[in-house]
Design a protein around this ligand. Structure first.
Ligand code: LLP
Length: 406
């Protein structure tokens, strides 16, 4: 984590959060550039031998400044909508480093992707291929596509973020994949260049990835197509709390290296969470503290509209004080948001250090699927986003104005 205490005060790298919180309306997201760069480089180094194209998965964090910083480090982008495509282009990611995924791309979105000449449009149905062929013909283009395979592999992750099982909506099942490979020649305006897979997110063991590589190898051989690119998707899990298991990426990279050599193809990855998950913190102010029953409710100005993962997936993200006091609160503590829903609750503790109204707290490890999943529910404006880079504090998205949502 990029957060450390110096004395009682919480810092992002070398910058004290309290001084930023006093100058900006809470809640706000704050990111560490240093951590993001380190994560990117760690990922790259694991796969150095494979020399992959790393396409940062924009859905995990779609802030244009962050995408642009990653672009400067060498990253491409994995996008799933016209909005994400435009953001990636605005962040100066080259089209030949952009892959376009998604199960339900609209005609408008496909047209935008074809027009920008992205590296691959990863198709997920024959109907999509037909539509791409039709649009490409009208535009007098030959469009490069990848075929997303549904490998029928259980990623052993939360069921709500698992995508590779046979009954999930994603990709083409093996038999359809092969029949598509046999028949695609009827589409004159598309060129099959790649195959892609993505089996789920927050994956913490290599087993599912190994199975996927086996399935992929066999099906590529049976298809008799020399795919130039194999896009292995994302999904790399991160430890959210102390003692949580870490995925052994080094071990996986050895398997990918062998796989690549056997097939003589280029490898693409689409990591999201691994790159940004532990770089972000949501800073929030305590609005009120009250006791109901035997619980101390700490009511924050951040809610499920700002950060959805606990309400949506029962995800646990630690909350830590921005100023840590030695005294403790007696009894159970529950951190909740202001939204009128019982699921608007972040986390419970059996004991906690003393907090007062108007104190600041930090919700940790929220860099991935934090701001990108936030909404205007209860007509609350979107929070601002701040980047700490080399000691400088920069607003990389200003807080939305209420007038903008009316
Ligand atoms: N590629 C594809 C095709 C994807 O669908 C995803 C994520 C990724 C790459 C990036 O996966 P990552 O490396 O970040 O695991 N909102 C959920 C996660 C949903 C993931 C959706 N797809 C959460 O907060 O846990």
């Amino acid at each position: 984590m990029s957060l450390i205490y110096k004395g009682q005060n919480l810092y992002v790298d070398n910058t004290p959060i309290r001084s930023i919180a006093k100058k900006n309306i809470t809640p706000f997201y704050i990111y560490s550039y240093k951590k993001m760069r380190a994560n990117y480089q760690t990922f790259y180094n694991y796969f150095k031998k494979v020399n992959p194209i790393i396409c940062f998965s924009v859905k995990s964090n779609s802030n244009v400044s962050l995408i642009s910083e990653l672009g400067k480090l060498g990253s491409g982008a994995d996008v799933v909508s016209e909005g994400e495509l435009i953001k990636a282009l605005k962040a100066k990611i080259k089209p030949n480093k952009i892959v376009f995924s998604g199960v339900g791309k609209t005609e408008e979105e496909l047209r935008a992707a074809i027009k920008s000449k992205v590296l691959l449009i990863n198709i997920e149905s024959e109907s999509e291929a037909r539509l791409i062929d039709k649009i490409s013909k009208k535009m007098r283009r030959i469009t490069s596509i990848g075929i997303r395979l549904n490998p029928g592999v259980d990623a052993n992750t939360l069921s709500k973020i698992s995508t590779g099982k046979i009954d999930s909506k994603f990709g083409l099942p093996k038999s359809n994949f092969l029949s598509f490979c046999r028949n695609f020649k009827k589409f004159k305006n598309i060129k099959i260049k790649g195959v892609s897979v993505h089996i789920g997110s927050q994956i913490t063991s290599v087993g599912p990835y190994r199975k996927t590589l086996d399935v992929l190898y066999k099906i590529i051989k049976s298809s008799r197509i020399n795919f130039e690119y194999v896009d292995l998707g994302g999904g790399f899990g991160i430890p959210y709390r102390n003692k949580e298991k870490k995925i052994d990426i080094k071990n996986y990279s050895k398997l990918v290296d062998i796989f690549k050599k056997k097939l003589n193809c280029k490898i693409i990855f689409e990591p999201g969470r691994f790159i940004v998950g532990n770089t972000g913190t949501l800073v929030s102010k305590i609005v009120f503290i009250k006791k109901n029953g035997n619980k101390n409710f700490i009511i924050l100005d951040a809610g499920m509209n700002d950060f959805m993962r606990p309400a949506l997936y029962n995800a646990r993200h630690n909350i830590i004080p921005v100023l840590k006091l030695k005294k403790r609160i007696n009894g159970n503590v529950e951190f909740v948001g202001p939204i009128c829903e019982s699921t608007d609750s972040f986390i419970k503790y059996k004991s906690y250090s003393l907090l007062n109204e108007n104190n600041f707290v930090a919700i940790t490890n929220v860099g991935a699927y934090g701001s990108s999943l936030s909404s205007n529910y209860n007509s609350k404006p979107l929070a601002s986003e701040i980047l700490v880079k080399k000691g400088k504090v920069k607003i990389i998205r200003r807080r939305q104005k209420i007038s903008e949502i009316i």
